[in-house]
Design a protein around this ligand. Structure first.
Ligand SMILES: Nc1ncnc2c1ncn2[C@@H]1O[C@H](COP(=O)(O)OP(=O)(O)OP(=O)(O)O)[C@@H](O)[C@H]1O
Length: 257
């Protein structure tokens, strides 16, 4: 589904992503972990068109997407959230969802005059979709509240809802449960599982290892911009390269500190 071939991205002398290749194939939920600064967010930026790779290729459903702008990539069904929530605090929860709908005819001048019935039909469809997403998020009762009044965890949930409005097939999630309380974390986990049943695939950065072990049958580990491990979370815990990336060359000494 998503393939990255020998991708590179440097900032000055820092190789943030270094000769990185991976193939998600049809994995339902793939985790991505690595120490701070190992290049996870930069890789997400490269895949979703927020950065152009210095070199290398990215394919989604066998179509090249490297070099495409972010909105073109999301139109193909590859959509992401952000590490820090980007909900629009003064808009209501429902309007946050509606504002995320792609290709809104009503935003253009000519269709407003010449295609009013088409615009009405599209608005009705978007509104129905927003209702479905509100229901999935269990945020129906807060639909008319300004998003800024939601708790941090609810805002992260709404952020995921905004992603869902684009009818994604693959979602890149950057720390979806960071800073979220345990019961909302459970809700996000259940939502991710429910969405996989509907055919949505996930590639997610998550620092909470027990959660990664629970959710992700497959785990990729990055260190210094490179892919150093691809396998199950259980195997990762025992892999010498992974242990070294997290604890340094002398894990015994590091544990003792
Ligand atoms: N826009 C930028 N300009 C300069 N350096 C950058 C930029 N973005 C990232 N870097 C550097 O690239 C490296 C990889 O950063 P990145 O944010 O991708 O890592 P990360 O694994 O997502 O880290 P974290 O887990 O802390 O979010 C780091 O050394 C970082 O300082």
């Amino acid at each position: 589904m998503l393939r990255v071939l020998n991708a590179n991205k440097s900032f000055g002398g820092i190789k943030a992503v270094n000769r990185f290749s991976m193939d998600l194939k049809d994995s339902l939920i793939t985790g991505l972990v690595g120490p701070n600064g190992s290049g996870k967010t930069t890789l997400f930026h490269l895949i979703t068109g927020f950065y152009e790779p210095d070199s290398g290729e990215v394919y989604f459903d066998d179509q090249p997407i490297h070099g495409l702008p972010a909105h073109k990539i999301s139109q193909k069904g590859l959509v992401r959230n952000f590490q820090h929530s980007r909900v629009l605090p003064f808009l209501t929860v429902r309007d946050n969802l509606l504002a995320s709908c792609p290709h809104q005819l009503g935003e253009k001048i000519l269709p407003v005059f010449f295609l009013p019935s088409k615009i009405r039909a599209q608005e009705a469809k978007n509104s129905q979709k927003a209702d479905e997403v509100l229901n999935m998020l269990k945020l129906d009762h807060l639909a008319d509240q300004p998003a800024g009044r939601l708790s941090y965890g609810q805002q992260k949930l709404l952020e995921l809802g905004r992603v869902l409005m684009a009818d994604p097939r693959l979602i890149l999630l950057d720390e979806p449960t960071a800073g979220v309380n345990p019961s909302l974390t459970r809700q996000i986990v259940e939502l991710i599982r429910e969405l996989t049943q509907k055919g949505v695939r996930f590639f997610m950065v998550e620092h909470n290892m027990p959660l990664v072990a629970e959710l992700c049958p497959r785990l990729l580990v990055m260190d210094a911009g490179e892919l150093i491990f691809d396998g199950s979370p259980k195997e990762a815990m025992k892999d010498p390269k992974v242990v070294e990336a997290y604890l340094g060359k002398d894990p015994g000494a590091a544990r003792g500190r």
